[in-house]
Ligand binder design. Structure first.
Ligand code: PAF
Length: 281
């Protein structure tokens, strides 16, 4: 496995691979890898000859009061896990390379970021679409895999690729859960033991709503109340949003008439957690 820190070196390797007719798959990450990331890498491997990942904690997607400095980092074990899963190249640029002095170009969608996480994290998706565009230009992948855990991110990347005619296929990777149901996230590492137990309320709320939908409930107000009640029974949980929306446009719906995304975001202390499930009435 090669570890490449330089943009020029990465671009030149990708050019050579393409000239040799090799298909490149890409999984971008911010490191602190868990089984969720590794499952995206295993999926990506099925679709290409060479698997490239990146490890870069992207400052542009963190607001001024967010956890950029505290974000967990574990380069050595990330490289070991990447090697084990069969990654061929890990791209590890520095902040100065990605955002050199004088940097001023950003990629931003008009509407999709104005929903769900974008409402309380105003710079988040602008930072993501910018860095993903840059990584695509550097790594030149034929296919890239993004997790369905970050459902809004996946929807935004798909839209951006379509709108800007980027020549890369985007695949969604299944959301991976811990054995007890908690959605895997690098931020789970922040949770204290009592918070970790109560964090299960996110997946439990989604399960309760799924079961109620299976019994025939289609009123979003009723379903939202059910989830809200289960979450707010725990005083440690502050709800950011409970959204039931169209999975493509992310527009809120009032009645379930087709596949509907139910997405949750809460904070527990300083830790922000998200989870989602597509409901089929
Ligand atoms: O999902 C993530 O880890 C990040 O948002 C990404 C796609 C690596 C961009 O920094």
């Amino acid at each position: 496995m090669d570890v490449i820190g330089s943009i020029q070196e990465m671009q030149s390797l990708s050019n050579t691979l393409r000239q040799e007719g090799k298909r490149i798959a890409f999984v971008p990450t911010m490191g602190f890898l868990h089984d969720g990331h590794l499952s995206l890498m295993r999926e990506a491997k099925k679709h290409a000859d060479v698997l490239v990942t990146s490890i870069f904690v992207n400052p542009a997607q963190f607001g001024p009061s967010e956890d950029l400095d505290a974000y967990p980092r574990a380069m050595e074990s990330d490289l070991a896990k990447s090697k084990e899963v069969g990654v061929d190249v890990v791209f590890t640029p520095t902040n100065d390379q990605i955002y050199p002095d004088g940097y001023e170009t950003y990629v931003q969608l008009e509407t999709l970021p104005n929903h769900l996480c974008g409402l309380s994290r105003p710079v988040f998706f602008k930072g993501i679409t910018t860095v993903v565009t840059k990584l695509f230009n550097i790594i030149k992948p034929h296919v890239a895999v993004f997790g369905e855990k970050d459902f809004q991110q996946l929807a935004i990347i798909r839209r951006m690729v379509k709108d800007l005619n980027m020549d890369v296929e985007i695949l969604g990777g299944t959301l991976i859960r811990e054995a007890d149901g908690l959605a895997m996230s690098s931020r789970n590492a922040y949770l204290t033991e009592p918070q970790r137990k109560e964090a299960l309320r996110l997946s439990q709320s989604l399960d309760k709503v799924r079961d109620r939908v299976a019994q025939g409930e289609t009123s979003v107000a009723a379903l939202r109340t059910l989830a809200e009640k289960h979450l707010t029974e725990c005083p440690m949980i502050q709800i950011d949003y409970i959204s039931l929306c169209n999975p493509e446009t992310l527009d809120e719906v009032e009645t379930l008439t087709g596949p509907t995304l139910m997405a949750l975001a809460v904070t527990m202390g300083a830790t922000r957690l998200i989870d989602n499930r597509v409901l089929v009435p």
